[in-house]
Design a protein around this ligand. Structure first.
Ligand SMILES: [Zn+2]
Length: 282
């Protein structure tokens, strides 16, 4: 649990230098007016002393939904002027990536929605960002952290990205952490991506789970020579049989040990399903 101290945090803004001035509820969206300000820093050009100047005209940044409505942040950034070289610089925030107008929480949301198998158009409608933004996010989603480690169990899945085009996602099976989101599901794209990892990292993968088609099996063998391949179909069966077992045990616990259902289930535990249907009739 996280203790949220500021209204800004509520709407996904972590930068404490951003202060909300006004929140307006329009018919179609929520508008949050805020200012970005902090003590005058050294001049980025000459390292000289700067002083507070004016505020930039507001830039519009989509942020996380508020009360189920799309929300935008109208952010006015402080400008500083250098006392030595007279040049003007603008206050910085990592809420927005440099040269970008999309806030970090929205990027996160886009990624999340992409994973939830939404089409680009849906995402655009929900978040009020342009198609190119979504596209950019997909392209930017290449792994930048270390190429030395991969999880023990890797899940591969395809998801529909845009009008029937399939994209590719790899996740850590245990933690659900995203390892890769690739623009398409072509084998060359997938191979190229995973060959960026060291052989040692690739050999550390013990299990790869894939969908039922089995089309990926040859490249999985090449990429992860030590991995066992588990088709999701078997996963489902595994989950089912585990659920069956739990149910059977729960029923048995509830029954008298001398009762017919109890004895029947104890004796015929291997044939789980018949045992359960038999109980239904008993
Ligand atoms: Zn200067």
């Amino acid at each position: 649990m996280e203790h949220i101290k500021n209204t800004t945090k509520l709407i996904g803004i972590k930068d404490l230098n951003i202060k909300i001035a006004l929140v307006l509820k329009h018919k179609s969206h929520i508008e949050v007016r805020a200012k970005l300000d902090y003590p005058a820093p050294a001049c980025p050009h000459c390292q000289g002393k700067t002083m507070k100047y004016d505020f930039q005209r507001p830039s519009t940044i989509p942020i996380l939904d508020v009360q189920g409505l799309a929300a935008v942040l109208k952010l006015r950034k402080r400008r500083f002027q250098c006392k030595a070289c007279r040049r003007v610089s603008v206050a910085k925030t990592n809420l927005v990536k440099k040269h970008g107008q999309i806030s970090q929480p929205v990027w996160t949301k886009i990624t999340q929605l992409l994973i939830e198998k939404q089409t680009n158009t849906d995402i655009v409608n929900r978040l009020q960002v342009s198609v190119s933004t979504v596209q950019r996010q997909l392209n930017a989603f290449t792994l930048k952290d270390n190429l030395e480690t991969l999880p023990e169990i890797l899940s591969w899945e395809e998801f529909e990205r845009n009008k029937g085009n399939l994209a590719f996602i790899a996740q850590d099976f245990k933690t659900k952490k995203i390892i890769a989101v690739l623009e398409n599901n072509r084998q060359t794209t997938i191979m190229k991506h995973f060959y960026k990892y060291s052989r040692q990292a690739r050999e550390a993968i013990k299990v790869v789970t894939v969908d039922m088609s089995g089309a990926y099996i040859p490249i999985i063998r090449k990429l992860f020579p030590r991995a066992e391949i588990v088709l999701d179909r078997f996963h489902i069966v595994q989950h089912l049989s585990r659920a069956m077992m739990t149910t059977r045990i729960a029923i048995m616990k509830a029954c008298d040990k001398t009762s017919l259902p109890y004895r029947a289930m104890k004796k015929h535990w291997r044939s789980l399903q018949p045992a359960l249907s038999f109980l239904g009739e008993a």
